[in-house]
Design a protein around this ligand. Structure first.
Ligand code: ATP
Length: 682
């Protein structure tokens, strides 16, 4: 049986993974077991445990928000318990007043409570969007303590210190949302599962959309996200906002469950800290694990009650154990197991098929070794797929021009008027000794490091003051000296993570499941798969990148840069760390992409032979300025370049000096462009 998420293209591009996010998530055996467990729980356990599992649902929703924040975006919030409590108390207060005939409708009360905490989190993230993650930890602790000393102390909200009983507004019944009674624990359990399902569907869609992949790229490496046109700072704010929103939803649901809202003493700063156990154990990318862990953290202490084990102790142990599993957590291990199960089965099928083919071929006398070579038709199909995704070819003469760029780091003058011109549609090499300023010039061009002075033009537009992602939007993609792939994700996800800016669809349409949005995403996947085929990494499409060798990671990064839809590709030492054979192969591939797709390529590289063999134009940088430029032959023949960089340490003499040198032999000497004796005539 073929995997329902696969699709075979008959136009030569090959197989790619079809985007059906929810169906794909549900096809996992873990999702099936989880669903079975959640539904079986109703039948198998006593009422008090059913109530406990209902209590785990808000915690799971809160945990899913933390997964977005901590797992995807690698940011930490220490005010989750405070936001959860605030939403619960405010909702309860607004809604309980309704029961006394003077308050708001349940849905309005829920909307206000959720919006309040969402706005709080968004405001905090916006105000600190330029600060490092460390400051956000401090600021969220500050917010938690502020909530504790304000919301928690107000008697009519939490029953806190100002004359309360330690509990918030007390009621004898749950609200009736949409006029449906959820009074019984069984009904409420299904009601809370419905909320969980809605949140899950939304998050699964978000995760599979370009926006979700962009979140993961921002979390894994901000600069590489910016280099592909993803506004990293905005994504950070979005992650905090999502976590705030889900904390609000969780608080409102908990408030409905408990009839009277939870005791504020259990929602203090240490609970915010312990809540981190959920994303830590679940790892970067496993929603099913978040739900299982939340269930364990709530139901576990209830089951252990007879042993007098403190709830906080259980949470602390889980947090400590989770940390031992590293960034991928238990969820990552489960995904590995699932992948092995799926791929093991697929490999067996492929092996059987191949054996059958060999038997047939042998019977025909046609048996032969098959190596990976794309046929001309396959190659043309892959290129056509990518070409259709790229923006129109530039009409300006130059893709990039820098003039009089000056940049100093303290007393080090990294760039001293490095002027380069990259003609559109050409492959240009940037070489030079270590510390010459090549990477710094790349950083200045891509907008990561502002120059002290000078001007940068991209496709005829002055981009000197533009942010990195705005420059990427003009059609620039960049790779880095050290590979910056998301090691926890598959090759396919890594490549498609570059699609964010090229897809150009409002994330809301992905959340709402709009067909045209997902069609566009599928197109991005097809382009990604075509790029993977050209770069020979398609065989790793479903494999985790952390398990792949270095050269495959480099090629995946280049494929990702292609999916971003560039017209200008900046490659920073793509051959660094590769053996000569892999380096040559990589350069040949880049050259092919440049020729076949008309891409402008600016490449920094120490592997000089490859640059001279493949580039149309070469700049040699030394001490922050251009030492020489020209065609590879001109640069190779340049005496200063040979002397100072290429390592041909010869004393150059002019013709007369050579003749003096060889006077004893009485010869005429002609020197070539490189200053070497070309013809010696007696
Ligand atoms: P390599 O080939 O070794 O990567 P490079 O030509 O790319 O070298 P750069 O990395 O651009 O050289 O560095 C140019 C100079 O600027 C070096 O002297 C380096 O030490 C200095 N430099 C680069 N970045 C910084 C920084 N962030 N702070 C201080 N000095 C820096």
């Amino acid at each position: 049986m073929r995997d329902s998420t696969e699709h075979v293209l008959d136009d030569g591009v090959g197989r790619y993974t079809r985007t059906r996010p929810v169906r794909r998530a549900m096809s996992s055996p873990w999702s099936f077991l989880l669903l079975l467990g959640l539904l079986g729980w109703v039948v198998l356990v006593p009422d008090y445990l059913l109530y406990s599992l209902s209590a785990a649902v808000p915690v799971a929703i809160l945990g899913l928000g933390l997964l977005v924040l901590q797992g995807w975006t690698r940011e930490i919030s220490l005010c989750s318990a405070g936001l959860f409590g605030s939403a619960a108390y405010y909702f309860s207060w607004l809604d309980r007043s309704t029961q006394e005939g003077k308050g708001l409708h349940t849905l309005v009360a829920a909307g206000l409570a959720i919006s309040g905490v969402t706005a709080l989190m968004a405001g905090l993230a916006m105000a600190s969007s330029k600060l490092p993650a460390m400051y956000m930890i401090v600021l969220t602790i500050g917010l938690q303590i502020t909530i504790e000393s304000t919301v928690y102390t107000v008697g009519y909200l939490s029953g806190g210190t100002s004359g309360g009983n330690g509990y918030g507004p007390i009621s004898d019944q749950r609200p009736h949302p949409f006029g449906i009674s959820v009074q019984s624990d069984t009904r409420f359990y299904f009601f809370s599962l419905l909320w969980l399902a809605i949140v899950l569907i939304g998050l699964i869609r978000l995760r599979r959309s370009p926006t979700g992949l962009a979140f993961l790229l921002v979390g894994s490496n901000r600069q590489s996200a910016v280099a592909l046109g993803i506004p990293a700072a905005r994504f950070r704010v979005l992650a905090f906002t999502t976590a705030g929103f889900l904390a609000g939803v969780a608080g409102v649901l908990a408030s409905m469950l408990y009839i009277s809202p939870p005791l504020f003493l259990s929602l203090r700063v240490q609970k915010s800290l312990l809540l981190l156990a959920i994303p830590v154990v679940a790892g970067v990318d496993s929603m099913a694990s978040v739900i299982v862990i939340a269930a364990f953290l709530i139901v576990g202490p209830v089951l252990l009650e007879s042993f007098h084990i403190d709830e906080n102790f259980v949470w602390s142990v889980v947090l400590a154990i989770g940390a031992l599993f590293g960034a991928r957590g238990i969820g990552g291990r489960m995904q590995d197991l699932e992948r092995r199960m799926r791929h093991g089965a697929r490999r067996m099928r492929t092996k059987r098929k191949r054996m059958a083919t060999v038997v047939l071929r042998e019977a025909d006398g046609l048996a032969h070794e098959k190596t990976y070579v794309l046929s001309d038709e396959e190659r043309a199909a892959c290129l056509a797929r990518i070409e259709s995704w790229l923006p129109p070819r530039p009409t300006t003469e130059f893709a990039v021009r820098t003039s009089d760029i000056q940049l100093a780091f303290g007393s080090i003058h990294a760039l001293r008027g490095a002027d380069i011109e990259v003609p559109s549609g050409q492959m240009v090499g940037l070489i030079g000794p270590n510390g010459a300023g090549k990477t710094t010039l790349f950083d200045v061009i891509s907008g990561f490091t502002p120059a002290d002075s000078g001007r940068i033009e991209m496709f005829g537009q002055d981009v000197t003051g533009m942010t990195g992602w705005d420059r990427s939007r003009l059609g620039m993609s960049r790779t880095f000296q050290n590979t910056r792939v998301i090691t926890e994700l598959t090759c396919g996800d890594n490549i498609c993570a570059g699609a964010y800016q090229a897809v150009k669809v409002n994330p809301i349409w992905f959340l709402l499941g709009r067909r045209s949005a997902w069609d566009r995403m599928r197109e991005a996947e097809e382009v990604g798969y075509a790029a993977a085929r050209l770069l020979d990494v398609h065989k790793y499409w479903d494999e985790r990148v952390g398990t792949l060798e270095f050269s495959a990671r480099r090629r995946i990064e280049i494929a990702r840069a292609l999916v971003a839809g560039p017209r200008l590709l900046l490659l920073d030492e793509p051959a660094a760390g590769l053996d000569p054979a892999s380096s040559s192969a990589l350069f040949d591939l880049v050259r092919q992409l440049h020729q076949d797709l008309g891409l402008t390529v600016l490449i920094v590289e120490h592997y000089v032979k490859a640059v001279l063999d493949t580039c149309d134009l070469v700049y040699v940088l030394a001490e922050g300025a251009v030492m020489a430029s020209g065609t590879p032959a001109e640069v190779a023949a340049n005496r200063r370049v040979q002397d100072n960089y290429l390592g041909t340490r010869v004393d150059y003499l002019d013709e007369d000096e050579y003749e003096d040198e060889y006077a004893y032999a009485d010869v005429d000497v002609d020197v070539d462009a490189a200053g070497l004796p070309a013809t010696v005539q007696p």
